[in-house]
Design a protein around this ligand. Structure first.
Ligand code: NAD
Length: 428
């Protein structure tokens, strides 16, 4: 493998809302700081494999619809690829590429022995029956079956997919391969090889991040207010965990808008409302607010847990918080980074902040391989230790190299993957 000196990183002039370009912009910055070898630079910025599949389905009304699906494996130097599957009407290959690469760096930052991958199916689950979602899931799984597996690539839930979808993937894979292969996916229901604590893991990891960030910023959590964008698995869990320890959640949203209550929302009632109605709409414990307004509300901690490209060069200067903990993947564009730095907002980046999900996915994969299942307390204790250690390592890098938390996290991740990539060398 080449050990030549790095050339200067190329200047990128891509659209701000392209998530893969946003990933590459941060990658370039960190690679330059690390003085990454030029050969490794080329390998690590290029996805290893991209598979596009057509998913023809018969809908309940008898008509045929064909959906697009992708699985992208970014890098497998550290182990089998790992990453969620998202069902969204907006998903495209660049988004899946970015999400796959973020998984590579994320696994490395929290030192789990996986590479990075991601999958997506372009569909709107709101318009589909359970039976239709099951058909899409089974056909998508059969389309990507040759490249997934417990030792190859292990999917998990992401936006608009859940434990049920993982159970269908596990069943489809097992039927095709004539065996029971629980380790082919994580985030499965408990009893089908799922782990205690996996559903809450990403939110629970965010809680460790909120505590660590408050500690270094000397913020008294008991007096702080928090705004959460998104109220699904990640947003709902972090809101609930913070509420449990007495932190005031001032506002929360879903895709249709948000709800605000200056004295603090009743999170258990709000989540019960969402569980019943599948929307925040109609909850009476606060005032309505738009998603854009929600981002600009004064608070100490903002926790974006919805989609990409929410904090951009257009709106970053209107934010009114001290700390951002990125529950979502890619909620901040590369163009917004410098603005947030100038405003002295302490940002815990996605590849560190939301890594709790993949940490417990790793625990689940281990439990499936052992056939021995842990108690929830053990899962949560180990998760907290992994997240705390990762935060402290990244924070030390910020001090050592005078960079922000995002660049430090990319440096941590890239450094580790590059080390293993170099050890493995080039095949053939
Ligand atoms: P989810 O489907 O359970 O919930 C998504 C939430 O975001 C919903 O409340 C939805 O209404 C809202 N939303 C969607 N688009 C929005 C928009 N444009 N504006 C405002 N709100 C919007 O999904 P999730 O699993 O909670 O994932 C949320 C984010 O966290 C995604 O970026 C995902 O990649 C990331 N993430 C999830 C996990 C996990 O374990 N589920 C792990 C790491 C990162």
């Amino acid at each position: 493998m080449s050990v030549s000196q790095p050339s200067s990183p190329p200047v990128r002039e891509a659209p701000e809302n392209n998530p893969f370009e946003a990933m590459l912009a941060r990658f370039d910055l960190a690679a330059a700081k690390l003085e990454l070898d030029e050969g490794l630079y080329k390998i690590l910025q290029t996805p290893e494999r991209e598979l596009k599949v057509a998913i023809p389905i018969q809908l309940e009304d008898g008509s045929i619809q064909v959906y697009d699906g992708w699985r992208v494996q970014h890098n497998s130097a550290m182990g089998p690829c790992k990453g969620g599957i998202r069902y969204s009407p907006y998903v495209n290959v660049d988004e899946v590429r970015a999400l796959a690469a973020w998984m590579t760096w994320k696994c490395a930052v929290v030192a789990v022995p996986f590479g990075g991958a991601k999958g997506g199916v372009c569909c709107n689950v709101r318009d589909l029956s359970q039976r239709e979602i099951e058909r899409i899931t089974r056909r998508y799984t059969s389309g990507i079956i040759d490249i997934i597996g417990p030792d190859r690539d292990v999917p998990a839930p992401d936006m608009y997919t859940n434990e049920q979808v993982m159970a269908w993937i596990m069943d489809t894979y097992s039927m095709h391969t004539r065996g029971i292969h629980t380790g082919v996916v994580t985030g499965k229901p408990w009893g089908l090889g799922g782990s205690m604590g996996r559903r809450e893991a990403t939110g629970r990891g965010l809680l460790t991040m909120v505590r660590e960030a408050s500690r270094v910023k000397k913020l008294d959590l008991a007096k702080a207010t928090v705004v959460v964008q998104g109220s699904g698995n990640v947003g709902g869990t972090i809101a609930s965990l913070l509420h449990e320890i007495g932190v005031r959640i001032k506002a929360i949203s879903d895709i249709d808008g948000g709800i605000v209550n200056e004295s603090g929302l009743d999170i258990p009632s709000l989540l019960a409302h969402i569980e019943k109605h599948r929307t925040l709409d109609g909850f009476e414990g606060g005032e309505l607010v738009s998603n854009e307004e929600l981002l600009h509300m004064p608070c100490e901690i903002l926790v974006p847990c919805a989609a990409e490209n929410q904090i951009t060069s257009e709106n970053a200067d209107r934010l009114n918080c001290q700390i951002i903990v990125e529950g979502a993947n890619g909620p901040t564009t590369a163009g917004a980074d410098a603005i947030l730095d100038a405003m002295d907002i302490f940002v815990i980046p996605d590849i560190l902040a939301n890594a709790g999900g993949v940490v417990v996915s790793y625990f689940e994969w281990c439990q499936d391989r052992m056939g021995y299942f842990w108690e929830e307390r053990d899962v949560n204790t180990r998760l907290h230790k992994s997240m705390q250690k990762a935060f402290r390592q990244v924070y030390r890098r910020t001090r050592k190299h005078s960079v922000n938390m995002r660049t430090a996290a990319y440096m941590e991740g890239i450094d580790r993957v590059a080390y293993y990539q170099k050890l493995r060398g080039l095949y053939p």
